[in-house]
Design a protein around this ligand. Structure first.
Ligand code: 5GP
Length: 142
C-alpha cells in the first residue's frame, strides 16, 4: 500500500489550508459536509491524525471516528428529517476510495429516495452553509 500523502485534499482541510463546512470538531476528529453530497446532509468524519484508510489507522483513532459518526448520524436524523442513515467507508482505489485520508461517510436518507452517484454535482455554498447550521444546531441540542 502506498504511504500517507500529506498533500491530499483532506489533509489540507485539516491544516486549515482549504475551507470546509465544519459541523463538528474535537481534539482527535473533524466532521464537515461533503461538497458533492449523495443526499442532503452528507457528512464526512475524519481522524485528525494522518491515516490513509482502515488498513493503517490506529485502532483507537478508528474507534473514535466511529463514535463521532454515530453522534453525527443521530443528529442528522433530526436535522434532515431523515428516515435512515447510510454509513460508508472506502479503502484504496479498488475499494472505491478517491481521497486518501481515512473518512467515514454519514448520509441521511429519505424513504424511497435513491442516493445520487458519487461526485455527481457540487452543492451550492448557501445550501451547504444552511445544512451545516442545521446539523450543528441538532448536535448542540443533543
Ligand atoms: P471517497 O474517497 O470515500 O470515495 O470519497 C471522497 C469524498 O470526498 C467524495 O464523496 C467527494 O464528494 C468528497 N470530496 C472531494 N473533494 C472534496 C472537497 O474538496 N471538500 C469536501 N468537503 N468534500 C470533497
Amino acid at each position: 500500500m502506498p504511504s500517507y500523502d500529506p498533500n491530499n485534499i483532506f489533509a489540507k482541510i485539516l491544516r486549515g489550508e482549504l475551507p470546509c463546512y465544519k459541523v463538528y470538531e474535537d481534539d482527535k476528529a473533524l466532521a464537515f459536509l461533503d461538497i458533492m453530497p449523495r443526499a442532503p446532509g452528507h457528512t464526512l468524519v475524519l481522524p485528525k491524525a494522518p491515516a490513509r484508510n482502515i488498513l493503517d489507522v490506529p485502532a483507537d483513532d478508528l474507534a473514535h471516528v466511529a463514535t463521532v459518526a454515530q453522534t453525527i448520524a443521530k443528529a442528522a436524523m433530526t436535522a434532515f428529517a431523515a428516515d435512515g442513515i447510510t454509513v460508508q467507508q472506502f479503502n484504496e482505489g479498488a475499494g472505491g476510495q478517491v481521497v486518501f485520508h481515512l473518512h467515514v461517510h454519514v448520509i441521511p436518507r429519505k424513504a424511497g429516495q435513491p442516493m445520487k452517484p458519487p461526485a455527481a454535482a457540487k452543492e451550492k455554498p448557501e445550501v451547504l452553509a444552511e445544512q451545516a447550521k442545521a446539523l450543528m444546531a441538532a448536535l448542540a441540542a443533543g
